[in-house]
Design a protein around this ligand. Sequence first.
Ligand SMILES: Cc1ncc(COP(=O)(O)O)c(C=O)c1O
Length: 449
Amino acid sequence: MIDRARLKELHKKEEERFLASTPKSCERFAAASEVMPGGVPMSWMAKWPGKYPLFVATAKGAHFTDVDGNEYIDLCLGDTGSMTGHSPAATVAAIKAQLERGMTAMLPTDDAVTVSGELAKRFGLPLWQFTVSATDANRHAIRYSRLITGKSKIIVIDRCYHGSVDETFATLDAAGKTVMREGNIGAPVPLDETTRVVEFNDLAGMEAALKAGDVAAILMEPAMTNVGIVMPEDGYLGAVGELAKKYGAVWIIDETHTISVGPGGMTKDLGLKPDMLTIGKAIGGGIPTGTFGMTREIAIEIAKKTSREVIDTGGIGGTLAGNALSLAAMRATLTEVLTEANFKKMIALGNRWCDGVDAAIAEFNLPWYCNRLGARGEYLFQGKAAKTGREAAAAGDFELEQYIHLRLLNDGFLLTPFHNMALMSPDTTEADVDAHTRAFREMCRELVG
Ligand SMILES: Cc1ncc(COP(=O)(O)O)c(C=O)c1O
């Protein structure tokens, strides 16, 4: 459907446009390449479209400005780390106040109690622990699950992403065997030693993976968000919870991205009852943090199996985890920014963004599909919603994606670099969304020729 020669030509034009409008980012990148591999402080930042990443001068609310003075509407928002909008006023005020009162002392502060209570209200789990990232929260939840069940295996969903957690970089091969995922770096052991991979929305596959009775935990997002968006079928998630109970596995839900549907994520919206829940990114308003919640039963089992004498060397914790600064940021972000009222606004904008994308897809008869997940929207290069990670991954088109991202970047819109995701913050406006709708329509028009 897309003429590849034409796509190459269009892409070349955008490469030239990018170079012409970002000479200072280009200079910065040359200097950066002398002191950082790939010229970036973190490897993924090499994935942005264009010859180099933009260097940011300032970011505020839903917008940022690069070092060349170009202004952008940020629909990536740090891939959810800034779903609050950049530097939200309430979070900044709380951080500033805490900066003068000590940032980290490895002692609890009052904010830890407030934040835990707020998380308990939102997600229905009574007890919380804090980490430095969502990755850490998942690692800790897995380790505790192994500890209390005495079992070794973890179940994850095919094409999931839960941070840099060794056990999760597995996929299913064509024969349905668990194997290492492409690109996995430095695996300590073959992945089928630690992990069983199951397709999303496949209850029979889930039960088959649990049957041997050796599974410590099922770790999953309630809707997949890292291979495009894949929604759960009716009843699927509740049934997974039941299966976990039946086979004595801990059911861990990762709400790091799916909090886009509302203050208590899909767990609250669908009345789910996980044993543990992990989350990070947006809840710190941009300050690194992560957290995991658990039932009282789980906490009692953990307490029975841990000893104070060696609590600091057992593989759970982290010197800066639960630090005063991140808890102050979380307190303000949860109570003043990621509120019911702001979610209402963000979700309406998410729908408006998807309506705009849907309209262009229909007008130009493109075989694409736009998924909605509250404040998050994402189109896949296939004509209908995917039911599994494998189906969603099959719709991948790196060449097309790179073009679209660069084209929209040149037009002033930043999409997440991994797929075609857009996220709304409380500061995003209808005018921002409508500007994207116009640019997206024009891009589609040119693409089909
Ligand atoms: C669902 C999910 N869980 C966990 C993580 C890891 O978050 P972090 O990079 O903050 O450790 C991510 C990151 O994208 C994620 O998408």
